[in-house]
Design a protein around this ligand. Structure first.
Ligand SMILES: Cc1ncc(COP(=O)(O)O)c(C=O)c1O
Length: 450
């Protein structure tokens, strides 16, 4: 098996290089750093990486855990756990630059975390980052604040049938409130966005286009730069839902050319309850507050509603901020940056090849969406003939394997692909081929001696 795997991975490294162009990343160079057996537990660098995630050592139902639910939330490395406990052990205060030492220290940590996250997506300045609870709140912020001020009767917002509920529902509500129209870009039978239909859907009425940079069901990477260019030509703004892309490869808001970008910390090794909206400064500056309260308003008088608010992201961050979340997310960014993301991405592409090949051995398994390895992350949704998705989750759980099933917050997409529920196995930087072997054995019923 090991010899076979080495041979297989040697053969596919060329394909990984070919598929890299979509990301503008120099994966070819990175591949020279990745051993031909990268992704196996015998790969020392993967062993070292896994050792940094304490939870991966858990036993579940008497078996070593195989965690394949990272698209829902990743596990956290010790560096992030230490940053979080360190904050409460040594630094915690309600932040303020003009008060006592601890408050000033907290304010500095909060500001510095904003800068770290801004650099991570190549924002022009830190003030273009708004802290949110995650992708969902970031999208709701744009729908409520920008949508409230800019959408009116006859206007259109273009979503895609592959949008997550966290994108679809805020825009359904925002267009309903404004008496505007929601238009929908379809996907093909194999899950590619129907970009051939894009221009016909765009018009002077289109005020905003939104799409998932990577589909949480299909794992497919959508061509963000091209969509932005075409939407801008029609005069529309673009919001990129980057919940599933930012964790996997470098995302550069200036290169993509979008207007808004939303992502979550907990899908990239950071804490739950923190994420960010990036928006072009001019847009943020013109948008009204999303929520109101302390920190975004000052010198408030009973007689008049304030008209001046804090600048940039702070205008949208009413109340005591989530400092520990920001500190934890910055620690996650530093952790990912310390790993060389190009190498991680090259390894992920090898893993993707491995899984696609392994899944072919499972009778009755149908992968939803593109079955080719190019232009995708290692997230796989599938159905198995004559087995209910939740049944599959239960069976795998008994042997310590964690996968997700249900409508995956994407029922319109599932219906489009002819199902109403699916199983999803989602990998991350710590996933090994041995874990995939255990998934395959579990799906074939071998782990339970069937
Ligand atoms: C593509 C996509 N968008 C949005 C979300 C919502 O993210 P959160 O629940 O962190 O706000 C998810 C979560 O799975 C997602 O996969």
């Amino acid at each position: 098996m090991e010899t076979h795997r080495r041979e297989f991975l040697r053969k596919i490294s060329g394909a990984a290089v070919a598929s890299a162009s979509v990301l503008n990343t120099d994966v070819g160079a990175a591949l020279s750093d990745v051993s031909p057996i990268a992704g196996t537990e015998s790969d020392q660098s993967l062993r070292n990486l896994r050792a940094q995630f304490p939870l991966l050592n858990e036993q579940v139902n008497g078996h070593p855990l195989v965690y394949l639910d990272s698209a829902a939330t990743t596990q956290r490395p010790r560096a992030v756990l230490d940053a979080l406990s360190g904050f409460y052990l040594h630094d915690n205060a309600n932040p303020s630059q003009s008060l006592h030492s601890l408050a000033r220290r907290c304010a500095t940590m909060y500001d510095s975390a904003r800068g770290t996250v801004a650099r991570f997506v190549n924002a022009r300045k830190s003030d273009e980052i708004v802290w949110t609870r995650g992708t969902t709140e970031a999208i709701n912020l744009v729908a409520a604040s920008w949508g409230g001020g800019n959408l009116g009767p006859g206007d259109e917002v273009l979503v895609t049938v592959s949008d997550h509920y966290s994108s679809l529902v805020p825009w359904q509500l925002a267009t309903q409130r404004a008496n505007a129209t929601l238009r929908v870009l379809d996907v093909s039978e194999d899950g590619h966005l129907r970009l051939d239909q894009l221009d016909a859907l765009l018009s002077k009425r289109t005020k905003l286009v939104t799409f998932p940079h990577v589909s949480n069901v299909l794992g497919r990477i959508n061509p963000a730069k091209e969509i932005c260019e075409r939407a801008h030509r029609a005069g529309a703004l673009v919001l990129v839902d980057a919940a599933q892309s930012v964790p996997h490869f470098a995302v550069d808001v200036q290169d993509i050319g979008c207007d808004f970008l939303a992502f979550s910390g907990h899908k990239m090794c950071g804490p739950m309850g923190i994420g960010a909206l990036w928006a072009r400064w001019e847009l943020l500056d013109a948008m009204p507050p999303f929520q109101a309260g302390s920190n975004m308003a000052h010198d408030v008088e009973i007689e008049s509603v304030p008209s001046h608010f804090a600048e940039g992201g702070r205008k949208f961050e009413a109340g005591t901020p989530n400092v520990h979340g920001a500190v934890g997310l910055a620690a996650a960014v530093n952790f990912l940056n310390s790993l060389d993301r190009k190498t991680l991405w090259a390894r992920e592409q090898q893993l993707t090849q491995y899984i696609l090949s392994a899944f072919k051995k499972i009778k009755g398994l149908r992968i939803l969406g593109p079955a080719e390895p190019n232009e995708r992350i290692s997230v796989f949704s599938f159905v198995v003939e004559n087995r209910q998705p939740l049944e599959v989750v239960g069976e795998l759980d008994t042997v310590g394997i964690a996968v997700r099933a249900g409508d995956l917050a994407s029922l319109p997409l599932l219906k489009r692909l002819g199902v109403t529920a699916a199983v999803r196995a989602s990998c991350y930087i710590y996933t090994s081929t041995e874990e995939i072997d255990r998934l395959v054995a579990g799906l074939q019923g071998k782990s339970r001696g069937l």
